[in-house]
Design a protein around this ligand. Structure first.
Ligand SMILES: [Zn+2]
Length: 79
């Protein structure tokens, strides 16, 4: 009887990538922590690119919503 290997959803390299700082995968907590900085950077430079944030915002409606209202707030607001 052989033991079936558990099938990992990610190749080892992708798992390693999760452990480095530049990982494109953020938790919502991390996303919220970076939200202010990200939104300000986007406002300062429309070409600002933050793969990690963008990736999370693409996949997370809650954070995308938050980012959008923060952008609106800063754009319309007092700066
Ligand atoms: Zn999120």
């Amino acid at each position: 009887m052989t033991t079936p290997r558990p099938r990992s959803p990610l190749p080892p390299r992708a798992v390693d990538a999760l452990l480095v700082d530049t990982t494109p995968w953020l938790s919502c907590d991390e996303c919220f922590e970076r939200m202010d900085v990200h939104v300000e950077a986007v406002l300062a430079d429309p070409h600002h690119h933050d793969a990690a944030m963008e990736h999370h915002l693409l996949g997370c409606a809650a954070c995308a919503d938050e980012a959008r209202s923060l952008l609106d707030l800063l754009r319309s607001g007092t700066a």
